[in-house]
Design a protein around this ligand. Sequence first.
Ligand SMILES: C[S@@+](CC[C@H](N)C(=O)[O-])C[C@H]1O[C@@H](n2cnc3c(N)ncnc32)[C@H](O)[C@@H]1O
Length: 269
Amino acid sequence: MGMNNENASRARADYRNWMPKGMVYTFLAGAIGCGAAAILLGLVLNGTLKTVLTVAFAALAVILCGMTVWALLMRRAFSYDGRRQMSRQIIEGTAAHVKLPAGGRCLDVGCGSGALAIAVAKRNPKAEVVGIDRWGKEYASFNKSLCEDNARAEGVKRISFQQGDATHLGFSDETFDAVVSNYVYHNIPGDRQQYLLETLRTLKKGGSFALHDIFSKSKYGDMQAFVTHLKDMGYQKVELIDTTDGRFMTKFEAAWMGLSGSALLTGIK
Ligand SMILES: C[S@@+](CC[C@H](N)C(=O)[O-])C[C@H]1O[C@@H](n2cnc3c(N)ncnc32)[C@H](O)[C@@H]1O
């Protein structure tokens, strides 16, 4: 029996993976290259130099093999099709913090493949969601048309995606009724508290925010002081919620996956 046109155009959404395939291939290629170099140098060199270089390249090959396995395990944990589905848990958990009025507008900063923007739009069907991302080469599989295809596949209409930079958002002050983001700012070098303030600049007074990231001291500095700063500025119900307490992941998962410090910054402007 043939599919009708509507079903045919509704392919399944594909949110890809936060662990890029390219990174797995890079580790694997490095492991193979170093292993080959260790063997080759062992054949052509003699004496101390042979020992030093062979051992060094062999050690590098072992380390890169380990990193390949780690990257593959990360992909499996993040996958939307696998058993763990951690990405889905984080996206749905973050989106659950946003309640938009009819006609309200939400901004998703660093929307990637559109997962969080679409999750917010599905939960708030009378609102409008805008996703921005710089879609650079480090997450090469994410792009604007993938976001649009995913929105179509999920049957979400009041949504749009555009190129943008989290450090300088091209929106006026107080444009949105809510702002959300997931695992974006830690990718950007510089003053990450400043990037949070740039996002919050676009939020209307009374609007809510749910920003999930790795808020470790090494990446963000003193986040408790930042929470206090927001409260001093008049923000209400500001909370930094640890999401490694089982809410989104266990402490053990956070540790081996390099996600320790993951937390959700929420509140009302
Ligand atoms: C780990 S992905 C997360 C994607 C998406 N938020 C999600 O939850 O599926 C990080 C995203 O941040 C984006 N990104 C990194 N730096 C950015 C910047 N300066 N401005 C906008 N987006 C940025 C990347 O392009 C990538 O899509």
